[in-house]
Each structure stands twice: as structure tokens, then as C-alpha cells.
Design a protein around this ligand. Structure first.
Ligand SMILES: Cc1cc2nc3c(=O)[nH]c(=O)nc-3n(C[C@H](O)[C@H](O)[C@H](O)COP(=O)(O)OP(=O)(O)OC[C@H]3O[C@@H](n4cnc5c(N)ncnc54)[C@H](O)[C@@H]3O)c2cc1C
Length: 322
């Protein structure tokens, strides 16, 4: 019986959602394959969140040191490499986040374990992992297998599942010190820089009217803003709208923008790239308007309208004003 490792991701004293998503996926695999679920927690002294993690895993291997209080990709790579050499895990789960992607590829090179990045699902087929990924901007799913290896590494995309604790695990905790001979990291944590909330905080809005590249031109932003005002909502957007300077960056939803949780999310001319969709995992009702009926946004929508967004915007404005 081998281990399935899950590398805990935390920031500013809080465990990130991706950790529980990975623990959930890993526990499903453990049920089918009788592997042991081992959470790897690298953190500062007396990590307050050890208790949150333990019930999800068969055991937690935790290394505590001031140098691990904040994320350091060099230290993560080196420590995980040593843990892999010692325990030979069958599979190592790392978040497909800026945190995980900071060390996962380097860990794969160092350990010689093959890696599949940005996976949205995983199963074990004939003793080997098989992963599902999206290609062509989310329009096609591909199933990929690995070359034969003692162990494998995958990075899991955020928000591809809703973690649910189906069984209590024993959560034995093994604490250890940092190895004394770790090489000096080349990268150093400096500080957290919070994104300015600006004039609106889209993460607190109940109703978001969100625009994407489909808006076409800067002049059209005002038309949608009028609709947002009539609805009593707030305007948000995808990244190209920010890149073109049509709206300030604090309106951006997604992995490099903000995660939002409105009751209603109206997506106008947004294709539904995963970097965008990851930011609306907490949204209530998602309504999408897109003239391409194959746009990936429809996969995550409760209601979809295949039409020109301007027709829909005008029709709504007429209805609301009259
Ligand atoms: C590291 C990284 C981080 C990223 N972070 C983010 C992020 O945080 N947030 C984010 O949004 N993106 C992010 N991206 C970009 C992301 O990959 C996509 O490129 C982006 O989300 C696409 O934005 P879009 O849907 O507005 O544009 P497009 O993909 O170009 O889609 C435009 C859509 O509008 C539709 N359309 C066009 N005209 C009309 C019309 N008149 N009526 C109706 N529909 C119409 C089209 O059919 C199309 O589906 C990131 C990318 C990288 C590499």
C-alpha cells in the first residue's frame, strides 16, 4: 500500500480551498485503490490549521520552521523531493495555482517523477493514473496517461469539485524538523501586497454584470454599466477587458483577479476560460449570453442565451425602464 501525498496550500494563516479539493479527490482515489492519504504540511511553528487538515487524511507529515511560515518554492521543492525519496508516494497532488506551479515542475525534474499539470479529473487505470485536461481553450477534453514510473505528480485545477467529507480519517500527525543540510533558498519572501479594493469591491456584490472581450469596444462598456445600475448590480469583467484598459483591474474576476460569490452572475460575451470560471465557483445563479453555442461558459451556467449580447442588454433595459 503506497501513499497519495497532498501538499497543503496555505496563505496568511489560512488553508486555501484548493487543499480541501485535493484532499477530496485523493480520498476518492484512496477508496478505490486502498492507498494511504498523507497530507504534507510545511508551515511555521504550531500551525493553527493542523486540526483542520487531520480529519481529511490518514496521516499528516508536518515540518515546522519559521522559514516555512510563508511560501518559498525553493524550500518546498527541496523538502518534497526528500519526502518523495523517503516514502516513494504513488501520487503527489499539488494545486494548479501560482503557489503550486512555483515548484511542481522543478520537483518533477528533480525527483524524476512525470508530471501532468492543470488536471480537472483523475482516475487510476490498470495501476497507473489517467488524467483529464482541457485543450483548445476548454472546448475539448483530453484523457492523458503517464509513462510507467514509480510515482507520479499532478497539479489539480482549482474549483473542479466541491469537497465533501464522506468519511472521518484517523489523521495521525508526524512532526519533524527541517533537515539541517537544506541548501540556502535562492528566493526570499518579501511581503504580501493586497490588491486595492478601489471604488467597488466585486467580491462583496450580490449581483454582478460581467463583460468579456465580446463587448467589442470601450464605448460599449457604458451601455452595460447602465444595465448594471438599473439592476442595482456592479460591473465586473474578464481579463482582456482589463488588459485593454476598458476597466480598472479591481473589476477583474478570475485566478489573477478576484473570486466572487454573487447571488446572480450575468456573463456577457465571456467565453468561460478556466482562469475566469475558477473565480465564479462561489456564485449562485450563473446566466451567460454568448453568440457561440459551444462557448465553455455554458457548461457552468444555470441559464444560457445564445445570441448577440447587445440585443439582450437592450431588451433588459427596455423592460427595466418601462
Ligand atoms: C496566467 C493567466 C491568468 C489569467 N487570469 C485570468 C483571470 O483572472 N480572469 C480572466 O477572465 N482571464 C484570465 N486569463 C485569461 C484567460 O485565459 C482568457 O483568455 C480570458 O478569460 C478570455 O476572456 P474573454 O472570455 O472575455 O474573451 P474571449 O475568450 O475572447 O471570449 C469572448 C467571447 O465573446 C463572445 N462574443 C463575441 N461577440 C459577442 C456578442 N456580440 N454577443 C455575445 N457574445 C459575443 C465570443 O463568442 C467569445 O466566446 C488568464 C490567463 C493566464 C495565462
Amino acid at each position: 500500500m503506497a501513499d497519495i501525498f497532498v501538499v497543503v496550500e496555505h496563505r496568511k494563516g489560512e488553508v486555501r480551498d484548493i487543499t480541501f479539493e485535493m484532499l477530496f479527490k485523493a480520498s476518492e482515489l484512496c477508496k478505490e485503490s486502498s492507498h494511504n492519504l498523507t497530507a504534507i504540511l510545511l508551515g511555521g511553528r504550531d500551525s493553527a490549521f493542523l486540526d483542520d487538515i487531520a480529519p481529511w487524511a490518514d496521516r499528516v507529515i508536518t515540518l515546522e520552521d519559521e522559514r516555512l511560515e510563508n511560501y518559498n518554492p525553493d524550500l518546498y521543492k527541496e523538502i518534497l523531493h526528500r519526502l518523495i525519496q523517503k516514502h516513494h508516494p504513488f501520487l503527489t497532488f499539488i494545486g494548479h495555482t501560482s503557489f503550486g506551479m512555483g515548484f511542481a515542475p522543478a520537483l518533477s525534474v528533480k525527483s524524476g517523477y512525470p508530471i501532468a499539470t492543470d488536471c480537472i479529473d483523475i482516475l487510476i487505470d490498470n495501476g497507473r493514473p489517467m488524467v483529464t485536461r482541457q485543450i483548445y481553450n476548454g472546448k475539448v477534453f483530453s484523457k492523458d496517461s503517464f509513462r510507467e514510473s514509480e510515482g507520479y505528480i499532478i497539479t489539480l485545477r482549482q474549483a473542479v469539485c466541491t469537497p465533501e467529507k464522506t468519511e472521518e480519517r484517523r489523521g495521525e500527525v508526524f512532526k519533524s524538523e527541517l533537515p539541517p543540510d537544506l541548501p540556502e533558498p535562492r528566493q526570499e519572501f518579501m511581503e504580501f501586497v493586497e490588491a486595492g479594493a478601489g471604488e467597488v469591491d466585486i467580491s462583496q456584490a450580490d449581483l454582478l454584470v460581467s463583460i468579456g472581450r465580446g463587448i467589442g469596444e470601450e464605448e460599449n462598456v457604458a451601455t452595460v454599466k447602465e444595465l448594471a445600475d438599473l439592476l442595482g448590480g456592479v460591473i465586473s469583467c474578464s481579463r482582456p477587458v482589463v488588459d485593454k484598459n476598458w476597466l480598472p483591474s479591481y473589476h477583474q474576476v478570475g485566478t489573477s483577479g478576484k473570486s466572487v460569490k454573487p447571488k446572480v452572475y450575468l456573463a456577457l460575451g465571456i467565453s468561460g476560460a478556466f482562469q475566469h470560471v475558477a473565480g465564479i465557483a462561489g456564485a449562485g445563479t450563473v446566466i451567460a449570453v454568448n453568440k457561440d453555442k459551444k462557448a465553455p461558459i455554458f457548461r457552468v451556467s444555470d441559464y444560457g442565451i445564445v445570441d448577440d449580447l447587445f440585443k439582450v442588454v437592450e431588451a433588459l433595459k427596455v423592460k427595466l425602464s418601462g
